[in-house]
Design a protein. Sequence first.
Length: 299
Amino acid sequence: MDCNTLLNEFQIVKVLLVDTQTKSLVLLGKINSQDAIVTFEKTAFSASLENNAQFKLQDILESTKLINHNDIYFWSMGLLVQDLDAAPGTKVNLIYPATEKHIRKYETQKLHMVRETAEMYEQKVAPFVETQKGDRIQWVYNIIFKDKESESFVHNNTDPQNGFVLLPDMKWDQKTMNALYLVAIVRRTDISSVRDLNSSHIEYLEGILRKIKEATCEAFVMEEDELRVFVHYQPSYYHFHIHVVNVAHPGLGSGLNVGKAILLDDIIDNLKLCSDYYQRKTLTYHLGELHPLWEILKN
Ligand code: M7G
């Protein structure tokens, strides 16, 4: 079934999230009696408008309704001119069928800061990570082993040990350059997260970082210092991957929060200072109460 047909079948069950900062709405619903999640994110204005005074206001604004005015100040609500190709109003993501973990990830929930010591990792987190492989990362294996999404690969090195695929992240609309968001997925399958990295990986990581910057800058005509390259801890998916984002990206939800996002440059530097840094370090990050790890770590 194609995406449009699935969306037409979608029956809303619950609003999971309304985020005024990222201008997004997340709905839980049913398609053919299975759980599904639809996410709407309002789009940015086209970057082609920048440095371009060759358009009329009516090209982008259909009508307005005044809220109020005072002296020289006027504020209104407006209806934009929209077009599915040139000026779409929203980016729509669908997860179907959605698992319980997807639902818990998106639902509004109380957050807690967690200080994960090396002992907590060994005793509680590592066993949890082992339960998170298999089906949950099928989409990763589809990309690295079955060439899924290969039409949009920015870089693809097929070496099983050192190779990786760099491609647009599903968070990116593949148009708005300020919000450029790529993900680099490594081909080796023995690194679940930053906790598995040690000094033996320094050259490997340096090679990946160099190639990420080179390939991204060439493909999108950018400078290396315009890229924010980082990993997440905890990630949602335990197969090592790296986020590559335009430093000008205006809003990433919780994806850039201190603690959760760790710069790849800092990781490499830390490994140079101390070989088993990430086996010994207490890592501090936030977890939502609905995250399955919270159940395990809260006591
Ligand atoms: P993460 O740090 O594990 O999770 O990153 P989080 O950032 O979602 O908390 C995984 C990254 O992979 C995220 O940036 C996702 O948007 C992205 N991603 C997830 N899936 C299922 C896909 C996919 O199927 N294709 C692509 N291109 N990106 C995906």
